[in-house]
Ligand binder design. Structure first.
Ligand code: GLN
Length: 192
C-alpha cells in the first residue's frame, strides 16, 4: 500500500487524516524529516500559512518539503495551497513554489470569510470521479490570481479556479476534509 502523510504542525490535519482513512489509506502524521522519508505523497492542510511557515523554518523542514515536492505528489488545501504557490501576496511571504501559480491570501473579504458553496466541476474532474456537485467549505480562503499553462482547472467558484492540478500536485483553496465527499482525496490518492 502507498504511504501518504499529513503535515501535522497545526491546522485541521486530523480531519484530513480521517478523510484519507475513509478513502482507504493509512495516513501518517508528519512532524519531522524522518517521517517524510518513507512517504509516497503528502497533504499540507489548512490553518494559518504564516504560522505554518514559522514552524517549518523552526523545525528546519522547509527545504525538505521543497525537495520532497520535487519528486512526490503534494496536495495543499487553503493555507497548504498558499504554501504550494510560486508567489504569495497580501502580504508577500515565502512559499515552497511547488506549483506555477500565484495566490492572494484572504482574498474574498468578509462575504466569503467562511461559507459553504456548491462548485461547478470541470470535465477533467468529472471524467475521473463520480460526477455531481461538489460542496466546498471556504474559510478565509486565498484566491488563485495566476495559473501557469501546465495547470488543469478541476473546479471553479464564481469563475475563479479553486481546485487545480499541475503535474503530480493538487491544490484546493477550500477544505475538502470538512465535508463527507471523498472524491477530492480519492483523486489525490490516485496520484501516489
Ligand atoms: N487565511 C489563511 C492563511 O492565509 C488560510 C485559511 C485556511 O487555511 N483556512 O494562511
Amino acid at each position: 500500500m502507498k504511504r501518504v502523510g499529513v503535515l501535522s504542525l497545526l491546522g485541521d490535519f486530523a480531519a484530513h487524516a480521517e478523510a484519507l482513512r475513509r478513502a482507504g489509506a493509512e495516513p501518517a502524521l508528519v512532524r519531522d524529516r524522518e517521517e517524510l522519508r518513507s512517504l509516497d505523497g503528502l497533504v499540507i492542510p489548512g490553518g494559518e500559512s504564516t504560522t505554518m511557515l514559522k514552524l517549518l523554518r523552526y523545525d528546519g523542514l522547509l527545504d525538505d518539503l521543497t525537495e520532497f515536492g520535487r519528486r512526490k505528489p503534494v496536495f495543499g488545501t487553503c493555507a497548504g495551497a498558499i504554501l504550494m504557490a510560486q508567489r504569495v501576496s497580501n502580504p508577500e511571504q515565502e512559499s515552497l513554489a511547488l506549483m506555477d501559480m500565484d495566490v492572494e491570501r484572504n482574498s474574498y473579504g468578509r462575504q466569503i470569510d467562511s461559507r459553504v458553496a456548491v462548485l461547478k466541476t470541470e470535465p477533467d474532474f468529472e471524467s475521473r470521479t463520480a460526477a455531481g456537485e461538489l460542496e466546498a467549505v471556504f474559510i478565509r480562503a486565498p484566491r488563485i490570481r495566476r495559473l501557469g499553462p501546465g495547470a488543469k482547472i478541476l473546479a471553479r467558484f464564481e469563475g475563479d479556479p479553486v481546485l487545480v492540478e499541475q503535474g503530480r500536485h493538487l491544490a484546493a483553496t477550500f477544505h475538502p476534509e470538512l465535508t463527507r465527499d471523498l472524491r477530492v482525496h480519492e483523486l489525490f490518492l490516485e496520484k501516489l
